[in-house]
Write a protein that binds this ligand. Structure first.
Ligand SMILES: [Zn+2]
Ligand SMILES: [Zn+2]
Length: 372
């Protein structure tokens, strides 16, 4: 292994974009190219790998940062492979990727910035109130992950069950197909909301910041991977992992609007809390998944994907009689109405299961009759 030279950040500044021999137009062009290059490197997260290869010093792979640099590009690369495979099999449709990418561009800076600030604020505020002290050992990592999953469950569950929070989360559920670009479809205030809830619960339950960031990284990686599309991975149940791990199959079910699948599988890496809170649902291979949300919408309109739920909520509040009803529209589950004329996801799902049970009972009675 050659140790020619270690990485030197100052080398980056020698890229000749400030060359005085070129005209202003060329200068602007080059700056645009440089920005584009930086964005591309940033998107793929390959800056770390480039530095690693340039330095020839691979010892950093034994550190968390080193591993992160190598794992970081996996999801964007898988996304490109997924699109290429789609193109190869003539199943690639640009519409299936357009809106998530536009939303990604919209969120690129502002969401991340607010999120980091919110996490730092929560840690500073709540760390003195932690009920226990943890360290960075295997047992505490397992403890931390179970706590993190609980916190993730809480954020995600309320994102579906409280109308105003659903307004933030619904952008992620708008796409009517599953592929890795769905990762980018998020309302810009959702990440700060999610991070405040998850960080607060974890810090209060003693997950220390180093442990929290480690878990956040694994969670982010897995949370992206579970959006892998059918074009790349047809049966996504992952074999023996299915009973304990939240697989892409579970998450496909979560994104479905089929009555049986609605509002299930809220976990991210381990499906334990879905089992505890009775929201666990396996994929039935004979039941084709219909992706998306139940209201009539235009999945190709950025406006509708981003603000559609806010507009609907605004209309319901305006039409509701009395202050109490207006407030209830904001905090009750989507589908709740003061007249009882609409159904929530839970009502739709419960009705479906009840009907299925009745059918099963009738079949059982019939078969008993046949035998008799
Ligand atoms: Zn969701
Ligand atoms: Zn998702």
């Amino acid at each position: 292994m050659g140790h020619k030279c270690s990485y030197d950040a100052s080398l980056e500044e020698t890229i000749p974009i400030n060359n005085h021999f070129i005209t202003n137009n060329t200068l602007i062009d080059m700056e645009i190219l440089q920005t584009f290059y930086d964005e591309l490197i940033g998107f793929f997260g390959i800056g770390g790998i480039i530095r690693l290869v340039e330095s020839g010093d691979y010892s950093s792979l034994s550190t968390f940062d080193g591993v992160r640099n190598v794992l970081g590009p996996v999801i964007p690369l898988l996304l490109v492979i997924e699109m290429l495979r789609g193109a190869f099999y003539k199943r690639f449709k640009i519409d299936e990727y357009k809106i998530p990418f536009l939303v990604f561009v919209l969120n690129r800076f502002i969401s991340r910035f607010i999120s980091i600030a919110a996490v730092a604020f929560c840690i500073g505020l709540l760390e003195p109130w932690a009920i226990i002290t943890t360290s960075f050992t295997l047992y505490w990592i397992i403890y931390g992950y179970i706590v993190w999953e609980l916190a993730h469950f809480a954020y995600h569950y309320f994102g579906h069950k409280v109308r105003i929070l659903w307004c933030l989360h619904s952008t992620h559920h708008a796409p009517q197909q599953m592929n890795l670009s769905v990762n980018f479809a998020h309302f810009f205030l959702e990440a700060p909301y999610a991070d405040v809830v998850r960080t607060s619960i974890c810090i209060l339950l003693g997950v220390n910041p180093a442990l929290l960031f480690f878990i956040m990284f694994i969670d982010g990686f897995w949370g992206s991977f579970i959006h892998i599309g059918e074009n790349t991975l047809k049966d996504a149940r992952l074999g023996f992992l299915q009973p304990i791990v939240l697989t892409p199959s579970h998450h496909r079910v979560h994104h479905a609007k089929n009555p049986l699948y609605m509002d299930t599988n809220f976990c991210n890496l381990l499906n334990i809390w879905d089992r505890v809170f009775k929201t666990y649902q396996d994929e039935r291979m004979e039941m084709k998944i219909e992706y998306g949300i139940t209201r009539q919408m235009n999945p190709n309109s950025l406006w509708d994907v981003y603000f559609g739920e806010f507009v609907c909520l605004g209309r319901d509040i305006a039409a509701a009689p009395g202050l109490r009803n207006k407030i209830l529209y904001i905090v009750m589950p989507p589908g709740w109405s003061h007249t009882g004329s609409h159904k929530t996801a839970k009502m739709v799902r419960d009705e479906f299961i009840a009907e299925e049970n009745i059918e099963r009972d009738i079949e059982a009675v019939d078969s008993v009759r046949v035998i008799a």
